[in-house]
Design a protein around this ligand. Structure first.
Ligand code: PHE
Length: 339
């Protein structure tokens, strides 16, 4: 009888219309129905009083179970019919689950960097995107007549402020705020008046790092950069420094990463050179320390400005920088919801 209940239940779950439910009712409870026949065909005279009681009880229970289930199924079918007819909407259908969304690749790489640097004792500092000319240029050793300003044309506000061209704009602010010794990173969005192509955008992300203390040297810089890159790419990395010019560091470098795709043999990613130019960096220029109220005789430091956008392109194999800001869900949905 238990089996019969299960069978009835499964048949009812398939029945979507009142007619289908009625067919099932006839099959089980009709004059020649399964349950009716079961009662009819049983020779009660052969059963003892106890057996009669037990069998009769079970039979009645089965009957009322069937009646209740059939009534409920009939009501469901009717409700669904009405709902469909009146609104075109079937309220009895299961709902569709909402989409979870995913993190933007820049957020992913930023979160990863923050975790790595926090592990090395750096503080994560937030910084303004709209800046004073002073912090973006003058305070990082780029006075008004400096030719290097030419390379960083940007969007100016009518009140004389500007959209920062690099996160280095926050170097002096951080020294003023935190004092020395300090170890901080400041990731964020930067802007330049740039015509967009596969590798240039007017809006992009950098992460600046600044460490100032007594006796900081290039050795500290290299150690921190190697830790960062080996954690990001999950392998031992080889790096090299080439001289690079930035008015706010002295000496200044371009830090290259030995190509992780071809291990230095030369491939399309490294344009056959075996090296990928990745992180501009250097030792903080004494003038910048002075602007930050720090004595360059006593303290020294290093600074670097890693392109988060560039790093995300390399890590996730994104071929075109314009994909980041295009808002195309087919791109955005390819990244995980969390890390
Ligand atoms: N601010 C520089 C740029 O955007 C990068 C940089 C940062 C270089 C820190 C040296 C030290 O090009």
């Amino acid at each position: 009888m238990l089996e019969m209940k299960e069978q009835l239940k499964s048949e009812l779950s398939e029945a979507k219309t009142a007619e289908a439910v009625e067919q099932i009712r006839i099959k089980y409870l009709g004059r020649k129905g399964i349950i009716t026949t079961l009662a009819k065909n049983t020779d009660f005279s052969k059963l003892s009083v106890e057996e009669k009681k037990a069998f009769g009880g079970k039979l009645n229970e089965l009957k009322s179970f069937a009646e209740e289930a059939l009534t409920a199924a009939k009501e469901m079918a009717a409700a669904s019919h009405v709902a469909k007819k009146s609104t075109g909407l079937d309220l009895t259908l299961p709902g569709s689950s909402g989409k979870l969304g995913s993190l933007h690749p820049i957020s992913l790489i930023q979160m990863e960097l923050e975790t790595i640097f926090q592990g090395m004792g750096f503080t994560v500092v937030s910084s303004p995107e709209c800046e004073l000319e002073y912090y973006n240029f003058d305070a990082v050793n780029l006075p008004a007549d400096h030719p290097a300003r030419e390379m960083q044309d940007t969007y100016w506000m009518t009140n004389g402020m500007l959209m920062r061209t690099h996160t280095s704009a926050n170097q002096v602010r951080t020294m003023e705020k935190m004092g020395v010794p300090l170890k901080a990173i400041f990731p964020g969005r930067c802007f330049r008046n740039e015509s967009a192509d596969m590798s240039h955008e007017n809006t992009f992300y950098q992460c600046e790092g600044l460490m100032v203390d007594e006796n900081i040297s290039v050795a500290n810089l290299i150690a921190v950069m190697k830790t960062l890159l080996s954690e990001i790419f999950h392998r031992d990395v080889t790096v090299r420094l080439r001289p690079g010019f930035f008015p706010f560091v002295e000496p200044g470098f371009e830090l290259d990463l030995q190509c992780i795709f071809c291990s230095g043999a030369g491939c399309s990613t490294c344009h056959g050179t075996g090296w990928i130019e990745l992180i501009p960096c250097g030792l903080v220029h004494p003038n910048v320390l002075k602007f930050g109220g720090v004595d360059p005789e006593k303290y020294s430091g290093f600074a670097f400005g890693v392109g988060l956008t560039r790093l995300a392109m390399m890590k996730y194999g994104i071929p075109d920088i314009r994909l980041f800001n295009a808002g195309d869900l087919r791109f955005n949905e390819q990244f995980p919801v969390y890390i």
